[in-house]
Design a protein around this ligand. Structure first.
Ligand code: CA
Length: 726
């Protein structure tokens, strides 16, 4: 502590004696310190600095920009009068063609971000010059143990270290200067299909981390590790475990009463995974954690006698020192539809009915916007912000949803809004205290639910939803859409929206410049006026964006940074719907894009190459093709897309080189492409299944050829290098 203070002082003194511009007199003291302490870096990120992160406008210190996770910046050099002059300052190639979900962290001139496979990158924030890269070497078979792409949402920084989770469940502390591993802790039971995609958060010297895996079958928990040593301080299980064993902590005794043990939920895990959302209120000393869906999805299978199944689909308020539960609010009791409450949590102080209220704002998958008193956990209001057909509304006495009758999907196919992709997913929303509005990357996507009558839990990397995947092929593509929604949390009503053709657009950033920034699924980065939604600027980003932007100031220049790279659940599982809606997908180069006023940088120019698809005879027995379709939608479709139509992230299996169809056994059963992230499935499939898969894929290829004629393949290759930034 003494040493870093000394460094800070020295830097401050050196900074003052150099030709740096004088801080303007109206700057807050914290802003002056941030501007002049530039080279101090992650060594100088301590509790005090994290607490003041919202004023530290030279950096972007935490996932949500501050503990309240508002993703609001006080910077206003770029504003609604000049944003039209925004241009690319530089870009950095992340070396991936799969989904990039990370929020970049910026500390005193260095950006720390993650790409795919949990690789961490450190680059110079002025120029994009690479500083170091850390590859945790995630085993590539993990590609088959995650629901939603091999993504990662970013790092945390603290006292000289960069903290990152890895897809296979490790939590790592890296030296911020070199990227070398200081400590590495396995946070999960590796015999179970756990994964980490979230950004860790640092609270009071501890690293807070959860995990995912509830589609496959795991038991959720969130843990705190000592930032210094990597030792675990506490763990809070979000659902009860095996009833023959003692409860790990007393909160689980109350939770167990809301589960029917005849469902043997603990064998599957029960779910409730805390895989994304965490916020912290230092004044109340409460850590807020969002929990995921029940596992398996079907409430009837999981808990045949009913019950709320605490604490799935809930907001938990925990003491950060002990992990003790202070309050909980369950948004979707007895969740039956994958309605996670893991969407970003935003804390704000709002005037409601004449009183100043400390609230928690939440727009989970289930389609309701909740304003919750964050001291007590009791909602103040809850209204639908999207099309919702599973509930009529939220009862304002009990704060429980009023369920719609006739949605029992256990015997027939039922169409329900929102889909498991959510009316809003992990794509971060932001809150602007100047406009009083929340900016939500919203989706309108229905889904067909049907119970799998043959469902039987299978351990391993099999999806265990209790849900019939083959109905995914009946997904109503033409009705899906997405929009940027500006929502008034006090009035609980829409103020404006920017309509998009497709769903699954990027997270949002809002600023004191009366701006909202958002990347889009159709491959652009855009800025809107925050109070009225007028689009002020938009530029091609090379590919679809799902991540959230950040902003920072260096040498008096404001920059806006965002990771581009189309991917994640919807892009994989229903990418054809997005493609039908016009999203960009022919090249998917993962890149960190950094903009400034007057930037003149250009992205590499691509040329579309057309290639003739070789016709391969596809005269197969109809029964074999049907068996292949079933196998495909059970085992392949969640990544390669329904109907074998890819969303552009993973290969479109109708357009493969002919040799691939002959090598299917090697690929599917013997792991010939495991280095590319294609897992082996010999635990679940045999030669007969592969034969059926081949028949199905070639039949789909023939159908494509019949539809499009002989020329089908379009592929883009860079033909010119980018022009250097100004
Ligand atoms: Ca889920």
């Amino acid at each position: 502590m003494f040493r870093s203070s000394l460094v800070l002082l020295l830097v401050f003194w050196l900074g003052c004696s150099s030709s740096e511009p004088e801080p303007s007199p109206e700057s807050a003291p914290a802003e002056q310190a941030a501007a002049t302490a530039a080279p101090a870096g992650v060594d100088a990120v301590d509790d005090a600095r994290l607490l003041a992160a919202a004023d530290d406008t030279g950096s972007w210190l935490t996932y949500g920009g501050s503990y309240s996770e508002q993703r609001y910046s006080k910077l206003a050099a770029i504003d609604d009068t000049n944003v039209g002059g925004l241009g690319l300052a530089w870009h950095y190639d992340l070396g991936t063609k799969r989904g990039v979900e990370a929020t970049p962290i910026v500390v005193d001139g260095v950006i720390y971000t993650t790409g795919t496979w949990s690789v961490v990158h450190a680059v110079d924030a002025r120029s994009g010059t690479p500083l170091w890269r850390h590859d945790p070497k995630v085993p590539r078979e993990m590609g088959g143990r995650v629901c939603c792409d091999v993504v990662n949402r970013g790092v945390a920084v603290y006292r000289g270290r960069v903290y990152a989770g890895t897809l296979d469940g490790r939590l790592q502390a890296l030296d911020a200067e070199t990227g070398e591993v200081v400590w590495s802790q396995m946070t999960v039971d590796q015999t179970k299909p756990y994964s980490i995609t979230m950004a860790p958060r640092i609270v009071k010297g501890r690293v807070i981390i959860g995990n995912g895996g509830a589609e496959f079958g795991v038991r959720g928990y969130v843990s705190a590790y000592d930032a210094d040593t990597g030792e675990m301080a506490w763990r809070f299980y979000t659902v009860p475990g095996d009833p023959s064993q003692p409860f790990e902590h007393p909160e689980l005794e109350a939770a167990a009463e809301t589960w029917d043990p005849s469902g043997e939920y603990w064998k599957v895990g029960g779910g409730g995974t805390a895989w994304n959302a965490i916020a912290y209120d230092p004044e109340l000393d409460l850590l807020y954690v969002g929990t995921g869906n029940g596992s398996p999805w079907s409430h009837l299978v999981r808990s045949p006698g009913g019950g709320d199944n605490l604490y799935v689909s809930s907001i938990l308020a925990l003491r950060p020192d002990t992990g003790k539960l202070v309050w909980h609010y369950q948004e979707t009791p007895g969740d039956n539809w994958d309605y996670t409450a893991t969407q970003d949590i935003v804390l704000a102080d709002l005037e409601i009915d004449g009183a100043e209220r400390k609230v928690l704002l939440h727009a989970p998958k289930n389609g309701f916007f909740y304003v919750i008193d964050r001291e007590t956990g009791v909602p103040i209001s809850a209204e639908a912000f999207a099309k919702v057909t599973w509930a009529q509304g939220i009862d304002t006495e009990t704060w429980r949803p009023i369920l719609v009758d006739g949605l029992d999907y256990h015997n027939e196919i039922v169409e329900i809004y929102p889909s498991p992709h959510g009316a809003h997913n992990w794509h971060s929303m932001s809150f602007n205290p100047d406009t009083g509005l929340v900016y939500i990357p919203a989706h309108e996507v229905p889904y067909f639910f049907r119970l799998d009558p043959e469902f039987e839990y299978q351990p391993g990397h099999k999806w265990n939803l209790g849900f019939d995947f083959t109905v995914a092929d009946e997904f109503p593509r033409e009705v899906v859409s997405g929009h940027l929604l500006a929502w008034d949390p006090v009035a609980q009503k829409e103020v404006w929206r920017a309509q998009y053709t497709g769903p699954w657009n990027g997270g949002t950033l809002t600023t004191a410049g009366n701006l909202v920034f958002q990347g889009t699924a159709h491959g652009t980065f855009a800025a809107y006026r925050a109070d009225d939604g007028e689009k002020l600027w938009e530029e091609p980003a090379g590919t679809g964006i799902v991540a959230a932007p950040v902003t920072y100031e260096l040498d008096g220049e404001q920059y806006v940074a965002v990771n581009a790279g189309w991917g994640g659940a919807f892009a994989l599982a229903a990418g054809d719907a997005a493609a039908a809606a016009g999203v960009r997908r022919e090249t998917n180069d993962g890149r960190l894009l950094v903009y400034k006023l007057g930037g003149t940088g250009k992205l590499p120019v691509h040329e579309v190459i057309e290639r003739e698809l070789a016709a391969i005879p596809a005269d197969f027995d109809a029964e074999l093709v049907a068996a292949g379709s079933t196998a495909y939608h059970w085992w392949c479709g969640t990544c390669h897309g329904p109907g074998a139509e890819s969303g552009g992230v993973l290969p479109d299996l109708r357009r493969s080189e002919p040799v691939i169809y002959d090598a299917l056994e090697d690929i599917v059963l013997r792991g010939a492409r495991i280095a590319n992230g294609m897992p082996r499935f010999d635990d679940y499939l045999d030669e007969g299944d592969v034969k059926a898969l081949r028949a199905y894929l070639l039949t789909r290829r023939a159908a494509l050829l019949a539809e499009e004629g002989a020329v089908s393949e379009t592929r883009s290759e860079a033909v010119a290098e980018e022009v250097a930034g100004s």
